[in-house]
Design a protein. Sequence first.
Length: 127
Amino acid sequence: METTKLIGAKIRQFRKLLGITQEQLAEASDSTGSYIGKLERGEVNVQIKTLEKIAEALDTNVFAFFDFDSYEELKSQPWIWGCIHILSQQSEAEQNKAYHILKELFTSSESELLENNSDTPNAHEEF
């Protein structure tokens, strides 16, 4: 995959994680919605200054857009890749729903774990 498409995919990934639209990103980065769309599809080259504004709007740094190793790492983990494959076949609304369910599941699990661990004696305590 060519670099412009990889960078565009990264921008889309960060934008969707924040839950903002292309128009909202465009407004925050002094751009236009159509330009952001073309950028995400890898149809245009981007200037470094514009990339810096986009990174700032997405609360990240420019270097995050060039971190392609994590993608390769995900591909090597079949259970994660399987989840990505299942989600990619769903509508955006269903993907969002699944994300919120997983987030709630794991957030609840972590807080329950902390609560349960406070009742469990550690290795140095007596029963």
